[in-house]
Design a protein around this ligand. Structure first.
Ligand code: OVM
Length: 401
């Protein structure tokens, strides 16, 4: 273990421990209070948890690189569990062509084409759930279902094997953390799931229309190299399902515990979009990412040496009282823009508009039919080294009319 060269607050304990994953808020407060930069001896890494420092690290890609991996593993010295992502685990200039391509594929034109269908799909799902009764599980019956109804079709995936998407993503997000029991749990299926994902990225597997085909068309145009296309499709499959599933759970849980905010949305369904971003700020479905320093970096009076991992607590930044008034309140009247739940800077979530459309569709459909929503039992967390998630959110709703 290396000790920091200048005095730096030390926080003992493991942020990936089960007790912390169950309720990370006390640790987040402790990290923010300890100082602008802290040291975590458990994993021999530095960490930032205040909004100012998290945002600064996210937007300084030259000194906080992604190419050495955005998990705990340092790709300079450790072999990644899979070929690094061309987007997430790359820096300019290599990062830029794949990013440009994916950003266009997931851009406004594509979303305009999907909007009407996704709105209808959300109405249908909500009708199906309500036909079964007014008590249901918001996680397993809505948020775990809706993204899988619309997103794989939009990519152009065959129907067989779609049940692999969530377990693959869950493992990928666990793999950003330490090699703990959560990673061990996923290990037995890694090869099988990776093989399946690899096959879905081939041109011949993908439908002739969709995000997948659009990525291959970009290779035909020469915007990316043909051997880059499968890995860019892989980014969609890795980052596009679990994230939206858990973000939808977050917004449902937020409303089920804030009836006054649901009443507000009912009165003004136009608030669906701000509600989603406020829920992403409030719960931060993606809790953390790492960067690696490319030079010695001074933050306050702490000097982080070159080549060190820095853990960025997005979730803690999103509730930093230095930035947010009453940060623990889920409040549709605040402006949540500027939250770092989607990151910030040149790696900022390229699929965020897709996620917002999924959420807008589901919330609009729910607001049409549901007058009241409340918890109907104790929700249970799903633990993941990177994601804040729910296995179950039992709710009881009052149906309109
Ligand atoms: C990727 C990717 C991007 C964002 C998040 C992520 C597993 C993966 O490009 O594969 O999480």
């Amino acid at each position: 273990m290396t000790t920091p060269t200048t005095p730096c607050p030390v926080i003992v304990g493991d942020p990936f421990d089960h007790a912390v994953l169950e309720d990370p808020l006390p640790l987040h407060a402790e990290l923010r209070e300890a100082g602008p930069v802290v040291f975590l001896p458990e994993h021999d890494v530095f960490a930032v948890a205040r909004y100012e420092q998290v945002r600064a690290a996210l937007t300084d890609w030259q000194r906080f690189q992604s190419a050495a991996g955005v998990g705990l593993a340092n790709f300079r010295t450790e072999k990644p569990w899979r070929t690094p992502s061309l987007l997430l685990e790359a820096d300019p200039p290599h990062h830029d062509a794949p990013r440009r391509v994916l950003s266009k594929v997931l851009g406004p034109r594509a979303l305009r084409r999907l909007r009407e269908q996704w709105m209808a799909d959300a109405d249908e799902l909500v009708d199906q759930v309500l036909a079964r009764g007014t008590r249901f599980d918001g996680a397993t019956e809505l948020s775990h279902v809706f993204p899988l109804r619309v997103f794989p079709d939009a990519v152009g995936l065959p129907v067989a094997g779609r049940e692999n998407l969530l377990p693959y993503g869950d493992h990928a997000f666990n793999a950003f953390g330490p090699n703990n029991a959560l990673v061990a749990k996923g290990a037995p299926r890694v090869e099988e799931l990776s093989d399946w994902v690899g096959e879905q990225c081939c041109r011949k597997t993908l439908a002739p229309e969709g995000f997948g085909a659009d990525i291959w068309a970009a290779a035909d145009r020469g915007d990316i190299l043909p051997d880059q296309a499968p890995l860019i499709v892989r980014s969609l499959l890795t980052a596009g399902v679990d994230t939206t599933v858990h973000a939808l759970s977050a917004v449902l849980y937020a409303f089920a515990t804030h009836p006054d905010q649901w009443a507000r949305l009912r009165n003004n369904p136009g608030l669906a979009r701000v509600a989603f971003d406020e829920a992403v700020r409030w719960e931060s479905p993606v809790q953390t990412f790492f960067r690696t320093t490319t030079t010695e970096v001074a933050a306050g009076n702490v000097h982080i040496p070159e080549g060190r991992k820095v853990l960025m607590f997005l979730a803690a930044a999103n509730r930093d009282p230095r930035r947010w008034e009453n940060p623990d309140a889920f409040d549709l009247s605040r402006d949540p823009s500027g939250h770092v739940g989607f990151g910030m800077g040149l790696h900022q979530c390229v699929g965020q508009h897709v996620a917002r459309l999924e959420s807008e569709a589901l919330l609009t459909a729910l607001a049409r039919r549901i007058e009241t929503i409340e918890l109907d039992g104790t929700p249970t967390r799903h633990h993941n080294n990177t994601l804040r998630a729910w296995d179950s959110v039992p709710v009881r709703v009052g149906v309109a009319n």
